[in-house]
Write a protein that binds this ligand. Structure first.
Ligand code: CA
Length: 605
């Protein structure tokens, strides 16, 4: 057995309580190296005459809980055991049997050869891991509505112009061509209100708005005033009306909190620029020295400045969230829109470049006003440090997006089905299940190219959406994706919304609507059910997931490649009898034939 590959720590995805009573314990081991894993676990203080483990101190009362293999990333297998703690505490070690027949006990002291048949080889009570106490305040809990939500992301300037009276002076005519970030199209909050019918008809019941506060740009990630709605987007009354209209339809709405940095026109920053070291706001920012621009001019690159910024963009000075006044200002902004406008939560921009202490306080304050608010951070890579229950409820799950892209992208290096599933397992294992279920999943956004363009067509884009909807977490549709809107990377991914779809675009919207309907109708199976991935060695472009729970089994399958997959192959893989005709829930049609090239299907087993 490869002892070097065995790994566990009593924290994060390796050891957590999902519910305040039971605990989940996981072990990582080399792939195909271990025959069985037993968790030996008991209360640290329960010593008795009952059967257990002898030590010089007496007999420790403990139990054997067999672990199951829950996944693999190809190099490592992931094992998991669950135990209901009688007293909210646990002390435990692993007894691991290798495929070669060797046995090891694994605790915090390390690996110790084990021979249960020998009286001289008793387990060592002190070679254990400890989960000291399950506190309710340490449990990761998220609003229950998130599991039922399918999101719709809106970039307001480009969505719908519902009020021409608030248009910027240089507003451009609505159109389908690529756009730049320096053009304005007059989209606004009134436009969103007018198009709630459209969003509701798609089945989406959550809206994520990119920033709406006063700012000179179309994207508004360079805030001038957090306490004012951008006049070209509307008024406070419009925001109230939008939130109320959403509530009336059962649609949740979250706003974008750009708290890592402000914009060039943010009042306190203008004060610093004007007054220099005498400004009362100088500590609201990360200023190393004065003058701010030692070259005597703004080159646009913060490597030429004496202050910190987002990236190297001098127009986005970084906020000092450890300054008490600055922190209080932002926290009041966060609370204000939840308390006074009734929004359902916040998406946090560049969330991982803001300090943890700030986010802990942010959570405390926002949840004090609305315990049901959803807090989702923008973190593109491993986000475990922010997802321990004290900061965010979820993150924008770009690792899933990358896995889907690496599988579907037309490239000779594209992942094969088996390796795609390995990647999904690796991501899933890196978080507690409870965290995975509250992720904000997406395949494209205002920060990426659009899926039609990325994958080179509508059929692979449909495959991407099916995979997105198969994974744990709440999926998000980026505005325009329902009409197969194209676009490369920023700014091209921010084209005007299509409001005059042609028949092919309508057909794409029918597909998206059907997918959303399946996800929402059977949300409990998607959220609470088990999930098994299936690949086929002979068809590297095939991937399927079987979700099981709530008395039903739902299959979602995708064929990335152009060659069809014979019925016998996919039916054998999914354990469907040859004679059974399945009904594709996306098309409403029965089929029992080959799965077409670049095609997908969702059906009940
Ligand atoms: Ca307008």
């Amino acid at each position: 057995m490869n002892g070097a590959s065995l790994y566990h720590r009593s924290l994060d995805s390796f050891c957590y309580s999902p519910d305040g009573e039971s605990m989940v314990v996981r072990l990582q081991a080399a792939a195909d190296d271990v025959a069985s894993v037993d968790l030996w676990v008991g209360d640290p203080y329960e010593w008795s005459h009952k059967p257990g483990i002898d030590s010089p101190q007496g007999t420790w009362h403990c139990h054997r809980v067999p672990a199951q293999k829950i996944g693999s990333d190809g190099l490592r297998d992931f094992w998991e055991a669950r135990w209901k703690t009688p007293y909210r505490r646990a002390r435990y070690f692993f007894r691991i049997t290798g495929l070669d027949g060797s046995r090891l006990d694994y605790g915090e002291k390390g690996l110790v050869p084990c021979n249960p048949d020998s009286a001289d080889s008793r387990p060592d009570f002190w070679n254990t891991f400890l989960f000291p106490y399950i506190h309710e305040t340490d449990i990761f809990r998220v609003p229950e509505w998130v599991a039922r939500t399918v999101w719709y992301e809106i970039f307001p300037d480009r969505f719908c112009n519902g009020d021409s009276s608030n248009d910027p002076a240089d507003v451009q005519p609505w159109g389908r061509l690529p756009k730049s970030n320096s053009e304005f199209y007059g989209g606004d909050l009134k436009g969103i209100i007018q198009k709630l019918d459209h969003i509701e008809s798609l089945g989406c019941n959550g809206i994520y708005l990119t920033p709406i506060f006063a700012s000179p740009t179309a994207h508004k990630y360079d805030t001038a005033d957090y306490l004012r709605i951008d006049p070209s987007f509307g008024t406070e009354g419009d925001l109230r009306e939008l939130v109320q209209a959403c509530k009336a339809r059962g649609i949740r709405i979250i706003l974008d909190a750009v708290f890592n940095h402000a914009g060039r026109e943010f009042g306190p920053w203008e004060d610093v620029i004007e007054k220099g070291p005498d400004s009362r706001y100088r500590d609201w920012f990360h200023i190393r020295d004065f003058p701010l621009f030692p070259l005597g001019k703004d080159t646009g690159d913060s490597r030429d400045t004496n202050f910190e910024t987002f990236g190297f963009t001098t127009r986005m000075p970084k906020l000092n969230t450890s300054n008490p006044d600055m922190r209080e200002y932002l926290l009041e902004v966060a609370v204000r829109y939840v308390r006074d406008f009734g929004i359902d939560g916040w998406r946090l921009d560049v969330a991982n470049e803001v300090d943890h202490a700030f986010w802990r306080e942010f959570r405390r304050r926002v949840k004090a006003v609305n315990p049901d608010a959803y807090i989702v951070g923008e973190v593109w890579l491993d986000a475990m440090p922010w997802l321990r229950g004290d900061q965010y409820d979820g993150v924008m799950n770009y690792p899933f997006e990358l896995a889907i892209s690496d599988f579907l992208c037309p490239s000779p290096n594209a992942l094969i089905g088996r390796d795609f599933l390995h990647r999904i397992d690796a991501i899933s294992f890196s978080y507690p299940d409870t965290v995975m279920k509250s992720m904000f999943n997406l395949v494209d956004s205002h920060d990426t190219d659009r899926i039609i363009t990325r994958f080179g067509g509508r059929d692979p884009a449909k495959c991407a959406l099916v995979l997105l909807f198969a994974l744990p977490g709440s999926p998000c549709i980026y505005y325009g994706t329902e009409y197969a809107l194209e676009g490369g990377r920023d700014p091209d991914c921010r084209r005007c919304m299509v409001w005059d779809p042609d028949p092919a675009e309508r057909e794409f919207a029918d597909f998206v609507t059907a997918l959303v309907r399946v996800r929402r109708t059977y949300w409990k199976t998607f959220a609470e059910g088990t999930r098994r991935g299936i690949s086929l060695a002979d068809f590297p472009g095939f991937v399927a997931f079987i979700l099981e729970g709530e008395g039903r089994r739902i299959a979602l399958m995708v064929n990335r490649d152009p060659a069809p997959i014979p019925a016998q192959s996919w039916k054998t893989a999914l354990e469907v009898k040859d004679s059974v005709k399945v009904q594709n829930l996306l098309s409403g049609k029965r089929f029992d034939d080959a799965l077409g090239g670049r095609d997908s299907a969702v059906f009940m087993l």
